[in-house]
Design a protein around this ligand. Sequence first.
Ligand SMILES: *Cc1c(COP(=O)(O)O)cnc(C)c1O
Length: 223
Amino acid sequence: MIKENLLKIKQSIPENVTLVAVSKTKPIEDLQEAYDAGQRIFGENKIQEMVDKYDALPKDIQWQMIGHLQSNKVKYMAHFVDLIHGVDKLKTLVEINKQAKKHNRIINCLLQARIAKEDTKFGLTFDEIEAVLSSEKITELQNIKIVGFMGMATFTDDELQLSEEFSSLKNFFEAQKAKTVLKNCNLEILSMGMSGDYQLAIKNGSTMIRVGSSIFGNRNYNL
Ligand SMILES: *Cc1c(COP(=O)(O)O)cnc(C)c1O
């Protein structure tokens, strides 16, 4: 089923939208099946689990960290991670920069914006993102690159609310893109949309969707 699910989703999204297959909690065999169907971008939310899967699977996979980050664990993935979605502190960027430097790499990062009305979600307010992008410190971080923003909408069926949340981030993204002139910043990715809301996210400007259960089936526990 994984192959069929993947192909169905790929056919239903525009070419300029990147599909991240969210494989957290799923066994290696499931990831291998997706790989054999052509998928090369995988998202995980626990660093240790991602490292184990990285070690076990082909090396042309791009591994993306979509979970909330603990700074002290960044070092375990710094040699291979392709993109880190959930950055919501300048301090975390400093740590990613430090670890990336050790491996002579530049690590791509997305700043996580808080767009949901719920207060359980992580992320920065738009003002806080602007403060990060205009800080003195960020100009010193030569081993990171901020390539865009990530947002998670409220867990709701209310399409109007979801559209409002997505489009508010899209508008903010476009405004920042137009005015940000940092060497280590090239805003081109807007990561919004999961299994339940990716169509709506794409309608509202998403360029990258993070889809788990619609590809791999439901997870046994809620993460
Ligand atoms: C788990 C997760 C997803 C995927 O969720 P599905 O509803 O299974 O598609 C996307 N983004 C983040 C940040 C996640 O933690």
